[in-house]
Design a protein around this ligand. Structure first.
Ligand SMILES: Cc1ncc(COP(=O)(O)O)c(C=O)c1O
Length: 431
């Protein structure tokens, strides 16, 4: 068993000071039980906690640490930038360099605005779409997460044709009424929403590959059908690539699937681990944003020099090393296929979904193509599995409904270590 004395003491202190003891809910281990591990440092594939325990990291800060932790060129870039002050609140050269590189790697982005988080990026993209179209409503999919902006915290329990109910206290009915929801991978549900709200839908936003109900891939033809519907009805088509951007390919999911959205939202990975986000796309839409256009959006720390230094160093590396996507794909395939095989050998016909360097093991034998499918999982067994893996030095996302993110620091030896732990942990979880 792990010695988590210091983590536990910190968590007790934190609970008296911070809601639930954490600054983002999923960190609280609520869905797997127990109390969270407080980390101290990380290098490459390895995390070290405040009690000195070490773990191989399969979350990588929920995506951005695609090169593993503390890559030297990113640290060097930040160290260099550090001596020139931490913030100016004026334009800087690196913001221009970064916009240029983003545009080169994601060609659908003609103009881009840097913000401070993925949440901000998604909120701002929706506002730009509304300003551009002069319409109010948006369509989103059940189980897709686009940050904690009010418009995105809407459940879909009331069925595809009716407006949603707020999923969070503090979100008004008025806001909820403008958010329409459909099941993922369900084109007829989207057609019905558009037909029921003629000329009223400003934007359709989705994760082109979903990471936030566990990993769910778009069905064959799904993204193409949505693209065609949005074009036909003058709806702004938004890819939320906060998780998939620069991860599934240099140009994100849109490159992988060959689809051109109107707007794209980006996040964490473009800051190499520092707080950042971005939204961009068609020039005619982005020109609606202030100070050119009438859609107001601003930020004191937007384009922060530390974030752009780290982000540029990481993005440049990704740009100059396209072969790393092939390697990531291969190591993640070994992990995902190995997991599926081990589960089958143990008589557990569990579903494993994978796209590129993201994958999920679902504790269900049914295919998982949308949120309803994901909800069929045995979450109690997942919780036992999570802790069994943690005890063996494997750090997974503390929820069934998350994807794992693989970094280039995962070597063949670490794949073997993971697979051995996976077999033992599945047995332990089903004791
Ligand atoms: C697809 C997606 N969009 C938006 C966000 C929100 O980003 P942030 O947490 O940086 O606000 C997330 C966060 O995980 C995400 O996964």
């Amino acid at each position: 068993m792990l010695n988590l004395t210091t983590s536990s003491a910190l968590f007790e202190r934190a609970k008296t000071l911070i809601p639930g003891g954490v600054n983002s809910p999923v960190r609280a281990f609520r869905s797997v039980g127990g109390s969270p591990v407080f980390m101290q440092s990380a290098q490459g594939a390895w995390l070290t906690d405040v009690d000195g325990n070490r773990y191989v990291d399969f979350i990588n800060s929920w995506g951005p640490m695609i090169l593993g932790h503390a890559p030297q060129m990113v640290l060097d870039a930040v160290s260099q930038a550090l001596t020139n002050s931490l913030s100016f609140g004026t334009p800087t050269r690196r913001e221009v360099d970064m916009a240029e590189l983003i545009r080169k790697m994601v060609p659908s982005i003609e103009k881009v605005r840097l913000v401070n988080s993925g949440t901000e990026a998604c909120m701002s993209a929706i506002r730009a779409a509304r300003g551009y179209t002069g319409r109010s409503k948006i369509i989103k999919f059940e189980g897709c997460y686009h940050g904690h902006g009010d418009a995105f915290l809407i459940a879909a329990g009331s069925g595809a044709l009716t407006a949603g109910e707020p999923d969070s206290a503090g979100v008004t009915r008025g806001v909820a009424q403008d958010t329409l929801t459909a099941p993922y991978n369900d084109v007829p549900a989207v057609e019905a929403l558009i037909a029921a709200n003629p000329g009223e839908v400003a934007a359709l936003i989705l994760e082109p590959v979903v990471g936030n109900m566990g990993l769910v891939a778009p069905a064959e033809g799904f993204l193409q059908a949505l693209r065609a519907l949005c074009t036909e009805h003058g709806i702004v088509f938004i890819f939320d690539e906060v998780m998939t951007g620069f991860r599934l390919a240099q140009g994100g999911a849109q490159e992988l699937y060959g689809i051109k959205p109107d707007l794209t939202t980006l996040g964490k990975i473009i800051g190499g681990g520092l707080p950042v986000g971005a939204y961009g796309g068609r020039e005619d839409i982005m020109n609606c944003v202030a100070p050119v256009g009438k859609v107001y959006q601003a930020g004191t720390l937007s384009g922060n020099p530390m974030a752009t230094a780290a982000g540029m160093a990481q993005l440049r590396y990704l740009h100059e090393h396209p072969e790393l996507y092939r390697d990531l794909d291969a190591s993640t395939a070994r992990l995902a296929d190995g997991t599926r095989q081990i589960a089958a050998e143990l008589g557990l016909n569990y579903t494993v979904n994978r796209v590129g360097s993201m994958f999920s093991l679902f504790f269900t034998s049914q295919p998982v193509n949308n949120l309803e499918d994901a909800k069929q999982c045995d979450t109690a067994a997942f919780g036992r599995y999570f802790h069994a893996m943690l005890n063996r030095g494997i750090y997974l996302a503390p929820s069934q409904f998350e994807a794992l993110f693989i970094s280039t620091a995962i070597t063949d030896d670490l794949v073997e270590m993971y697979l051995t732990a996976c077999r033992e942990s599945l047995i332990e979880a089903h004791g």
